[in-house]
Design a protein around this ligand. Structure first.
Ligand code: BES
Ligand code: MN
Ligand code: ZN
Length: 524
């Protein structure tokens, strides 16, 4: 374990975390290394820019008048030592056309500002961007999104480089300026939420980016144990022998080809009243997917280290739930194993009996995600769940259908599906629903077992979900296929930490609803 000393702890390394705070009060009096204000196209000031321009004897108008900046999205202009303001610098950030300013433009403006702040001298900066009109979004939304976008903008994964690339005085502290004193309380709550989501997302990113030789099933179990220490989550790890006793043969059939022992991780946040039904999140934890005997082609096979992104999102979301002390019971389940073509590996045509008793003919060992998930779906029946959501990089077909924008969503319960879709909208981490009609089940017919593990090329994402649905009949269930959203390939290759924001918003909304009904009950 020569890498042990550089493994990311679930308590993120200090230097990668920004410190955030909220302030209101007159802009010209703010002492900070840099104050950031927005300018729309063409050269239209935001409210804060207007105020600072006034305080600095129209110096902003002057530089804009010289043609130094148009206000185009992505552009910036730095003014040094503005007289009339106490800040050392003023950074103008282009916002693009005011009429077209939306969720996405807001997030990019934050990101541009933070990246620029990280290049200039100061260790702190004050952002005056939450005042901007972003459709009907409220201050809370703007603060949460700003924290997430800021953390995303400074995220780096250099723990495995022998000499981390030095940044010139990296930014340490970000202050969000809010327009009125009355908004402070709401903004503080939103700040806490945003920070918990951002930290959960960073954890998920780190885990996704770690290579398969470090991020093994045992490593995922260690991270879960770390969260027990740091966040008081209850953690239980089932070993191979435990899984054998439970009859988790489809899961074990995937683990057969690997030298790494499989782990079945159970991690719980017990925040809700005793006896209230839990929300269960199941994350696919294939720490490397070679395809097994149905070996994948060589090019880009390295990307299959991300095949545990569902598991990573479960750990990140549970971290956030615990940090926010959500008054909910949440259980995270991670079936973790490698999918390798070792001598004992499962062969195409092999038939195994799942924990549910249903038999599966494994026609393609590369369709392994559903094999580990189906036993997890059966295992969670014991919790009498309120609902179950599984998260998995399950099918290449989902990348073809939805690209990298939206996660695929399939569900046997429309109200849970709607909650997830809404949470995705709110979080800027969207999902899109596909049909889970019984008609597709025919494609899984096997001549030799209860079902085959593949359904042919048509509707690959749907038939994968249809397979899972056969194991999720006893409760409300939804499935998120994150094959396209969990990471980026190409030049910006790396994990995205999605769908931690979607899942955390989903839980936040459930916690809000639960607290409303319980206070109503107390009143009556
Ligand atoms: N982990 C892959 C899915 C995947 C592929 C995610 C590409 C991201 C990018 C999964 O285990 C897999 O191999 N699925 C097969 C299923 C097929 C054999 C029915 C696929 O999508 O090709
Ligand atoms: Mn596979
Ligand atoms: Zn896979």
């Amino acid at each position: 374990m020569q890498f042990l000393h550089m493994l990311p702890s679930p308590n993120l390394p200090k230097e990668s975390v920004l410190e955030f705070s909220i302030k209101s009060g007159s802009l010209e009096k703010q002492r900070t290394a840099c104050i950031v204000v927005g300018v729309y196209e063409t050269r239209k000031f935001s409210l804060s820019a207007e105020i600072l321009d006034h305080a600095t004897q129209q110096s902003l108008a002057e530089v804009l008048g010289q043609g130094d900046m148009e206000g185009k999205a992505g552009s910036t202009l730095l003014l040094q030592k503005p007289s009339g303001a106490r800040a050392d610098r003023i950074l103008l950030v282009g916002l693009g056309k005011e009429k077209e300013f939306d969720d996405k433009s807001y997030r990019s403006a934050i990101s541009t500002a933070v990246k620029r702040l990280n290049e200039i001298g100061g260790s702190d900066g004050m952002l005056c961007l939450t005042e901007l009109h972003v459709g009907k979004r409220d201050v809370a939304w703007k603060i949460r999104q700003a924290v997430i976008a800021a953390q995303e903008a400074i995220y780096r994964f250099d723990q495995l480089k022998s000499k981390p690339e030095e940044t010139h005085r990296p930014l340490r502290k970000l202050i969000f300026h809010v327009a009125s004193h009355g908004e402070l309380a709401t903004a503080e709550t939103a700040l806490t939420e945003g920070m918990a989501i951002a930290a959960g997302q960073s954890l998920a990113k780190d885990l996704g980016n770690l290579p398969g030789n470090i991020c093994t099933p045992a490593h995922l179990a260690d991270v879960a144990r770390g969260l027990k220490r740091s966040h008081g989550l209850a953690v239980e790890i089932l070993e191979r022998t435990d899984m054998e006793k439970l009859g988790m043969n489809t899961l074990l059939s995937v683990a057969r080809g690997s030298c790494q022992p499989p782990k079945f991780i159970v991690i719980q946040h017990k925040g809700g009243p005793k006896g209230t039904k839990p929300v269960v999140l199941i994350g696919k934890g294939i720490t490397f997917d070679s395809g097994g005997i149905s070996l994948k082609p060589g090019p880009e096979m390295d990307e299959m280290k991300y095949d545990m992104s569902g598991a990573a999102s479960v750990l990140g979301t549970l971290r956030a739930a615990a940090e926010l002390k959500l008054s909910l019971n949440v259980i995270g389940i991670i079936p973790a194993t490698e999918n390798m073509p070792g001598g004992a590996a499962t062969k195409p045509g092999d038939i195994v009996t799942s924990m549910s008793g249903q038999t599966v003919e494994i026609l393609n060992t590369d369709a392994e995600g559903r094999l580990v998930l189906c036993d997890a779906l059966t295992y969670v029946e014991r919790f009498d769940p309120d609902c179950v959501v599984d998260i998995a990089t399950l099918t290449g077909a989902c990348v073809i259908a939805l690209g990298h924008m939206a996660s695929g969503l399939l569900a046997n319960d429309d109200s849970v599906a709607k909650e997830l879709l809404d949470a995705g909208q709110e979080a800027g981490d969207r999902a899109w629903q596909l049909p889970l009609w019984d008609d597709y089940q025919e494609q899984l017919k096997s001549n030799f077992a209860d079902m085959a593990n593949i359904g042919g090329r048509p509707a690959g994402t749907i038939t994968a979900a249809c397979f899972l649905a056969r194991f999720a009949k006893k409760y409300a269930w939804a499935h998120l296929d994150i094959a396209g959203t969990a990471w980026r390939s190409g030049k910006e290759k790396g994990s995205t930490g999605r769908p931690v924001p979607l899942l955390t918003h989903f839980l936040l909304e459930r916690a809000r609803r639960a607290s409303k009904t319980s206070s109503r009950r107390k009143q009556s």
